[in-house]
Design a protein around this ligand. Structure first.
Ligand SMILES: Nc1nc2c(c(=O)[nH]1)N[C@H]1C(S)=C(S)[C@@H](COP(=O)(O)OP(=O)(O)OC[C@H]3O[C@@H](n4cnc5c(=O)[nH]c(N)nc54)[C@H](O)[C@@H]3O)O[C@H]1N2
Ligand SMILES: Nc1nc2c(c(=O)[nH]1)N[C@H]1C(S)=C(S)[C@@H](COP(=O)(O)OP(=O)(O)OC[C@H]3O[C@@H](n4cnc5c(=O)[nH]c(N)nc54)[C@H](O)[C@@H]3O)O[C@H]1N2
Ligand code: SF4
Ligand SMILES: [Mo]
Length: 692
């Protein structure tokens, strides 16, 4: 370690998971020794320290009613209040909503408390809005969750196929790595599938600007051509897959002309994409929210994996399906069982053997864990509406900005008889809906592990003292557990002990981490799972083409395209899509407090095609009212060819604290994928009108 280094850690923003070094004089630089990112960082990682000390929630606060002001309380008083409410409530009436910004230790202790000790599976996370469709897509197609590829594959691929990901802005370090590879290997190609000409799309060899929601048409159309050209790998298909015939029957109905028409692209572009796929020795597909956030997100993921299975583009260097994880530790969340249908170690609550294994590990009586998957994030909102919730505990997420249909969401939050909100900052939009605020430490103040998109686990040590009376999230859950009478279950000495107990529960599972401990991570640096004891970690999954299904065969999916849940119509003629900007993070709790980043992006806006703007009489900078069936917002117009006529784009970042009437989720709807439970927050139908 360089002598001026105070700590080595991981960037707490996106799922790239860049290794960082923090210096004694509070500078941040890339950690060249971190195997995932070799010293690279983007502007968010480089400036993260500037947000850590600002506007912190320093002590617990309580109030009896939402229309009263908060008053400062001691931890003793706040915890007694929370524990009393938990004791009085039935498991069915408890809901916990957490986050991919927890460390794995937070996640694990929360699962133990809720699913184990309190007997409630109603514990979900914002990953439901994020990676949930990738989880179910991997599970159904490959037999288990877990991205099969690794970052080295970015340097080895002949064709990177980027779908519904604005990698240049959202996973910038990986994008730069792809660009560097393309410079060095002049034969490698970059294909981008995105309705909007994002900075990612602008760098592509081929940009397919498909209509929002037409991804399955595209994937099935490519599969159709692969079969028509007789370019499927029949040996691989025969030996390692199931379900080929049913898939082939479906894609028969996706001839190029019809597909091109539905996607709004030319047949030539479609054929070129298919040719690039079949003529490249190694194809790597990367995807993110343009795929997952959809009522058919699971099917989108699976239709994309179909292409890999058709051509044996998996389990080999430079190839494979590769979901780009959103949050820094959404991966760790999945490992620790952080969705309402999961248990730690990639187990599911619906499986009696899995429940028994976890109950034994937790030393809880058989039957402690409920057999039914709990509520998803949106189902918790519906439960609030139905008056079925006694305690709603929210931590490390800001649902009063990030959940869909905000008017409904906020009305539901107002109905909660008792909401606990555990965050680092104050104010946030969600604090308005809380009865109890619990101050949490954040990155740099607590020790824990995070897993990045390539399954690599990094230790993030505490190197700042906690501000005020803030406590680590897992410590708060453990203290509540002890007060509820589970002294033995929550007797952890430190975060390393939490990790050790969790890792032991992954033995023999796809995400095995029994070879990983805090001590080893500190000594040897980050490690990639599966990593059984004695292992040096694993770069790629399925290299022997044995998949995680009972018969070791991967599954083709036979799925027709459904399209958008809310397509445009004469009354709401525009499709609104939304997403992220390079310098901002989600609901601005950190980046809104960093001057440099605010100056880069001072205010929200709406992108409109000049032809649409002309029809509406709008010029650059003119104010527009954007209205959906659920709400309306007001934004200045940006005229650009980046969106097609009929489509508009709005960034997701600005909540009520940061701009007036600019919340994109005032417009979105909660229609969700029936398999993954992931809402289609990516798009909805809107009407536009010029404001005076
Ligand atoms: N700068 C920055 N980086 C981040 C984050 C951040 O807040 N700021 N957040 C992190 C998190 S949690 C996440 S989940 C990721 C998200 O990373 P991305 O998914 O890359 O980000 P988004 O901008 O939400 O959406 C990606 C793209 O989907 C496109 N899209 C919309 N509809 C469709 C469609 O029907 N089909 C296709 N193919 N594309 C469509 C949009 O035009 C957009 O360009 O970013 C992570 N990284
Ligand atoms: N329309 C639309 N809506 C979306 C999306 C979209 O693309 N479009 N994307 C969705 C996706 S992919 C995501 S991931 C969500 C993100 O949405 P949110 O999860 O609401 O976003 P954040 O602003 O990251 O909120 C994280 C909160 O956790 C706090 N925090 C940070 N670290 C810690 C910690 O260690 N402990 C505790 N207790 N608190 C901490 C921060 O202060 C902040 O308040 O938004 C979703 N909503
Ligand atoms: S690419 Fe992601 S992980 Fe890396 S520095 Fe930027 S925000 Fe942090
Ligand atoms: Mo996300």
């Amino acid at each position: 370690m360089p002598t001026d280094t105070l700590a080595k850690t991981l960037c707490p923003y996106c799922g790239v998971g860049c290794g960082l070094e923090v210096t004694a004089d509070a500078r941040v630089r890339g950690d060249r020794a971190h195997p995932s990112t070799l010293g690279m960082v983007c502007v968010k990682g480089a400036t993260v320290l500037e947000s850590i000390g600002k506007d912190r929630l320093l002590y617990p606060m309580v109030r009896a009613r939402l229309d009263e002001p908060f008053r400062q309380a001691s931890w003793e008083e706040a915890l007694a209040l929370v524990v009393g409410r938990l004791r009085a409530a039935s498991p069915e009436s408890l809901c916990f909503y957490g986050s991919g910004q927890f460390v794995t230790e937070d996640y694990y202790v929360a699962q133990k408390l809720f699913k184990g000790c309190l007997g409630s599976n109603h514990i979900d996370a914002n990953s439901r809005l994020c990676m949930s469709s990738a989880v179910s897509g991997y599970l159904q197609s490959l037999g288990s969750d877990g991205p099969p590829a690794c970052y080295d594959d970015l340097d080895l691929t002949d064709c990177a196929f980027l779908v519904g990901t604005n990698t240049a802005e959202c996973h910038p370090v990986l994008f730069n790595r792809l660009l560097k590879h393309r410079k060095q290997d002049l034969n490698s190609r970059l294909v981008v599938v995105d309705p909007r000409a994002t900075p990612t799309a602008k760098a592509a060899d081929l940009h397919l600007a498909i209509r929002p929601g037409s991804d399955i048409d595209l994937f099935n159309g490519i599969a159709h051509l692969i079969l028509q050209w007789d370019r499927a790998d029949q040996r691989f298909i025969g030996a390692h897959t199931q379900g080929f015939a049913a898939m082939a029957e479906v894609v028969r109905h996706y001839p190029p002309e019809a597909v091109a028409r539905r996607c709004g692209i030319t047949t030539a572009a479609l054929e070129l994409a298919a040719r690039l796929w079949v003529n490249s020795a190694r194809v790597l597909s990367l995807w993110s929210m343009g795929i997952n956030q959809s009522i058919e997100g699971t099917a989108k993921v699976r239709a994309l994996i179909n292409l890999h299975l058709l051509t044996a583009q998996i389990g080999r260097p430079g190839s494979g399906p590769f979901s780009l994880t959103g949050q820094p530790n959404a991966m760790g969340g999945r490992e620790a069982g952080g969705l309402s249908q999961l248990l730690p170690g990639y187990r599911s609550v619906a499986d009696p053997d899995h429940r028994r294994q976890v109950e034994e590990h937790w030393q809880l009586p058989s039957g402690s864990i409920a057999a039914r998957p709990g509520r998803t994030a949106w189902e918790m909102i519906e439960a609030l509406e139905a008056g079925a919730v006694e305690v709603f505990w929210i931590a490390a997420t800001n649902p009063a900005v990030s959940l869909p249909d905000l008017e409904r969401t906020k009305a539901a939050l107002l109905r909660s008889p008792f909401t606990v909100y555990q965050d680092c900052y104050y104010p946030t939009e969600t604090a308005r809906y809380a009865h109890v605020l619990l101050p949490a430490t954040q990155w740099s103040e607590k020790t824990g592990t995070m897993t990045n998109s390539e399954r690599r686990v990094t230790l993030c040590p505490a190197f700042h003292p906690p501000p005020g009376e803030a406590r680590d999230d897992w410590q708060i859950f453990a203290e509540v557990g002890r007060r509820l009478g589970f002294a033995e279950q929550f007797a952890f000495a430190d975060a390393a002990a939490v990790f050790a107990e969790f890792a032991a529960l992954t033995r023999g599972r796809p995400c095995e981490m029994t070879g990983i401990s805090h001590a080893r991570l500190e000594r040897e640096g980050p490690l990639q799972w599966p990593c059984p004891a004695g292992s040096a970690g694993t770069a790629r999954l399925y290299t022997d083409w044995r998949f995680a299904t009972p018969d070791a065969r991967a599954r083709f999916a036979a799925c027709h395209a459904r399209g958008l849940a809310e397509p445009p119509d004469p009354e709401y003629p525009f499709v609104l899509i939304n997403g992220r900007l390079y310098g901002h993070w989600h609901t601005l709790t950190r980046t809104g407090r960093i001057e440099k980043l605010l100056n880069l992006y001072p205010e929200p806006f709406i992108e409109i095609h000049p032809r649409d703007a002309g029809k509406l009489g709008l010029g650059e900078g003119d104010w527009v009212e954007v209205r959906s069936r659920r709400g309306a917002i007001r934004l200045p117009a940006r005229l650009t060819l980046a969106v097609a006529p009929g489509t508009v784009f709005v960034p997701m970042h600005w909540g009520a604290l940061w701009a007036e009437a600019a919340e994109v989720n005032a417009l979105t709807h909660p229609e969700s994928d029936p398999i993954s439970g992931q809402p289609e927050v990516k798009s909805c139908a809107v009407q536009l009108s010029a404001l005076p």
